[in-house]
Write a protein that binds this ligand. Sequence first.
Ligand code: AMP
Length: 143
Amino acid sequence: MPVGALDPYDDRNIFARILRGEVPCRRVMEDAFALAFHDINPQAPVHVLVIPRRAYVSTADFSARAETEEIAGFFRAVGAVARQLGLEAPGYRIVANAGGDASQEVPHFHVHILAGRPFGHRLVPEIVVRSSGSGAERDPEPG
Ligand code: AMP
């Protein structure tokens, strides 16, 4: 179920468990501010998640509560992962889903690094809005 970006932090979430070492991950790098690991269900040839070590639910929470040094350290880690994986020359996309409309599933702030193929100009899938007797329905466009 999508997360509310302003929900209280639930330390039973899967990324909290990965940070505590209770659940394994395919680690890419880690430092004082962040842990990066391969997504378990990759949506591109390269799909890595970068998460802060401390507990933040979402972009809203991280940007409001994290120390300036922590925010800087986290985004330096995102750049360092991309560099380490050789993604700077071919390019990559970073995405952070926040809250229900973005379909955030894991309630620990994270950035997706997606790479390994061209993604084109469209950032999001086309949504078709249809009217029915019971109200508007939104379906993803096929393909
Ligand atoms: P989001 O929809 O932005 O919250 O994305 C959560 C991401 O976490 C999804 O891409 C999942 O495939 C990924 N994910 C969930 N559980 C794990 C796990 N145990 N290890 C690695 N990635 C995971």
